[in-house]
Design a protein around this ligand. Sequence first.
Ligand code: UD1
Ligand code: CA
Length: 466
Amino acid sequence: MTIGVVVLAAGQGTRMRSALPKVLHPLAGRPLIHWVLDALDAAEAAATVVVVGHGAEAVGAALPAGVDTAVQPERRGTGDAAAIGIAGLPPECDTVLVACGDTPLLSREAVADLVAAHRAAGTTGTVLTAVADDAGSYGRIVRDEVGLVAAIVEARDADEAQLSIGEFNAGLYVYDRASLEDALAGLGTENAQGELYLTDAVASGGSLGALVAASIEVAAGVNDRVDLAACESVVQDRLRHAAMLAGVSMPDPSAVYLDAQVTYDPDAVLWPGVHLRGACHVGEGAQVGPDVVAEDTRLGAGCVVRAAHLVGADVGDGCSVGPFAYLRPGARLEAGAKAGTYVELKNATLGRGAKVPHLSYIGDATVGEGSNIGAGNITANYDGFRKHRTRVGARVRTGSDCVLVAPVTIGDDAMTGAGSILTDDVPPGALGIARARQTNIEGFTEKAAARARAASEAEQAGGTTE
Ligand code: UD1
Ligand code: CA
């Protein structure tokens, strides 16, 4: 038995009411179809074809390597889509596994169980089913007297008695290829939706066995955003559980959101309001949150990150970030560095132990080991046309409220005076100061007050006509 997998993903997903093709909607940060393809790996198929149509280009571009596509030109139903997908499988595939691209909770176990059940049963096909009190909009499984599937009736085509059936179609089928091809070729559209139903073909193309899934969750189809949110909640719970069992503390797990790619080391603590998106890593003993959004960011061992937003950043071991810091792509903190309150970093490296404690923008810059950037420093990195770099050496101390006008270099062990606008390099060990000298005008306040008094007396003496 050589299996070829066909995934149906051409539908518009009308009920999503979205410009984004349904199968690309994210679940824990990954497109729905990736979840389905992961589970389908368990079939050890010789080939996989995804049937695309609505948003074909975008869906095709999002697929992993090794997956082929076939285009369904018109949305004529799941039966039409399946036929197009099967035609794209190589001839050596004598058995097909057809799945829907919108069932993201499908598990590897369910796929393996269905394939094993099919091998053992000797029927023409086997469908995965689940049982619910109310099977809602799913297709109902009508069994015959020996327990084979006599029909799959779509909810919209079902009568009252059929609607009361709890067993429903999970949308995953293993089938003899030649028999399914024949059945699909003979399909008609006499149904409520005027579509070619794959369900009719699998029920009529030969003997159809059914395997009831061990858990109802694997059958969940995403048709609208309510379904999507329900799946997200299931996946979030799983990801939180896995993280906690791996040694991550969460005082309130329901207030922590994890993407599927997030990795972590033990003894990290994720406080409420933490959202880790994309490929984040949380190092051993890191304290993250409350209120941290991090995307594609590494948080090193023992770092402390409070109330911060980080995108594409790399935070080294023992660093401190926030509260109220914004680390943008290319922000890199080496061990023990600090990006404090109201600090924005972009494409900038802080060397070991370097500190930017307050109210600063550091962009396109390197700050050397052990340097301290004074409160309110700004790198003026953009001249309106091009970006330029600022280089701050090691053990530098800049005064408060300096503007470092790039390109500019501050040498090792140098200092800058508060309020300086530094357009020229400062040599190592020097003090760079660039501001107007202060002048004090003695007795100014008293003289000014006397002038004001005299003016108002003159006004009163002259009288006013209005
Ligand atoms: C389908 C099944 C239903 C089952 C449910 C499981 C049919 C007729 N019904 O219903 O019995 O309980 O899945 O989730 O098969 N698609 C195409 N081309 C098309 C139409 C659909 O590629 O012309 C794709 C969709 O993108 C989707 C999948 O097929 O990924 C299923 O289509 P959908 O419209 O969601 O079917 P359901 O109404 O959920
Ligand atoms: Ca569906």
